[in-house]
Write a protein that binds this ligand. Structure first.
Ligand code: NAD
Length: 363
């Protein structure tokens, strides 16, 4: 077969369950390559605790260079009790911040959807869960109050943190939200606190100006963050894409992930100006289950699907992975983390992977 599409992927498995779940994602990508005739080249790099053991630093230059030379990056997770006592600047988690910085990633995309087959795992009222939802939180990642000026007075009994945003910072994340919405249901909800905060007023003005001039085809509305926090629980089916600041996005994305039922299912992407992104499950390295073949590989496999969609523009290939996952869940297959209370016939991580690969090859 003539292959026209060739993509170089940097694999950063990390620690704990990272190697198991990224291994499953690689197999899913290989199955996609066989079926659709695209080609993926994988190069593996160390980051996190394993890099600390091997190179003495959590993010070696070789890893940075390898990621920069790739079309995209697939990461497992980093960290674990073995490295709990290392100095702060050597902590495995520093590798994540370092990679985002080196790759110029300033937007985080976190989908949260309810798999129809898993509606019973959703913590929402059954009538709300039954309506289903599929939302995407687009969060600004490198600005706002987490990076603003902060301090204490001399006595140490008063402190401040500063929220600051420029038009440029707002525009670039808003642009990503509009572009993302065009690949979904063309609806953006901009979340702010414009009734109180000046940065939010600038946020709102900027998002609307950009929407009107460049994305008139995308429906745009605004919501105060307190209301958004309520609506994610009351009527999540209202949302398609939410775009918001660093701190609001941090809080809302965790809220949205919890209502879905399992962190073993949720993927994420960090993106910048180029098409290169960093894709990873939202969960950590789960040292408590590492090496036991019980980790759910779905979040990592869905992260690979996000890579296909958002970095490589391979929509039908991404759809195929997402459909394979939905189908195994519809067949009733469950790993330990998503089994029903009292369910005995749950399967191992490797069995879940095999079932997804089989669907992917057949459908
Ligand atoms: P965690 O997400 O690793 O685990 C929380 C719980 O969820 C555990 O009980 C774990 O067994 C379970 N779990 C997680 N992923 C699962 C999966 N795929 N299948 C089944 N069960 C799964 O969070 P934690 O325990 O707070 O952190 C463990 C380590 O991971 C720490 O060192 C932490 O710093 C690190 N961490 C890394 C990242 C990252 O790399 N992005 C994110 C969060 C935490």
């Amino acid at each position: 077969m003539v292959t026209e599409m060739k993509y170089k992927i940097a694999l950063v498995p990390g620690d704990g369950i990272g190697p198991e779940i990224t291994g499953a994602a690689v197999e899913a990508l290989k199955a996609v390559a066989d079926r659709f005739g695209c080609e993926f080249e994988f190069n593996t790099y160390l980051a996190g605790g394993c890099a600390l053991d091997e190179y003495g630093v959590p993010l070696p230059q070789e890893t940075i260079d390898g990621c920069l030379a790739s079309d995209s990056v697939l990461l497992g997770a980093v960290g674990g009790p073995k490295w709990d006592d290392v100095p702060n600047n050597m902590r495995p988690e520093k590798a994540l911040l370092g990679l985002r910085k080196e790759l110029g990633l300033y937007t985080n995309l976190r989908p949260a959807s309810i798999q129809p087959a898993l509606a019973e795992a959703c913590v929402l009222r059954p009538d709300i869960a039954a309506k289903g939802f599929d939302l995407m939180i687009v969060r600004e990642l490198t600005g706002g109050i987490y990076f603003g000026e902060r301090g204490r007075n001399e006595a140490g009994d008063a402190a401040y943190d500063t929220e600051a945003y420029s038009v440029m910072e707002i525009e670039r994340v808003a642009r990503r939200a509009f572009e993302t919405a065009r690949k979904r249901k063309s609806h953006v909800t901009s979340v702010d606190k414009a009734n109180v905060l000046e940065t939010s007023r600038l946020w709102r003005e900027t998002v609307h100006r950009l929407g009107a001039s460049e994305y008139p085809d995308v429906r745009l509305d605004d919501m105060y963050v307190d209301n958004a926090a309520m609506q994610i629980i009351r009527d999540p089916s209202f949302f398609d894409v939410l775009v918001t600041s660093n701190m609001f996005g941090d809080i809302l994305s965790d809220e949205a992930s919890q209502v879905t039922g399992s962190i073993g299912l949720l993927a994420s992407a960090s993106l910048g100006d180029s098409s290169r992104g960093l894709y990873e499950p939202i969960h950590g390295s789960a040292p408590d289950i590492a090496g036991k073949d019980i980790a759910n590989p779905i979040a990592a496999i869905l992260s690979a699907a996000m890579m296909l969609r958002y970095s490589f523009d391979l929509a039908k290939e991404a759809d195929a992975i997402e459909k394979a996952v939905a189908n195994v869940l519809a067949d009733g297959l469950r790993t330990a983390d998503i089994k029903a209370p009292g369910q005995e016939d749950w399967i191992k991580g490797s069995e879940m992977k095999a079932a997804i690969l089989e669907k992917l090859r057949k459908n």
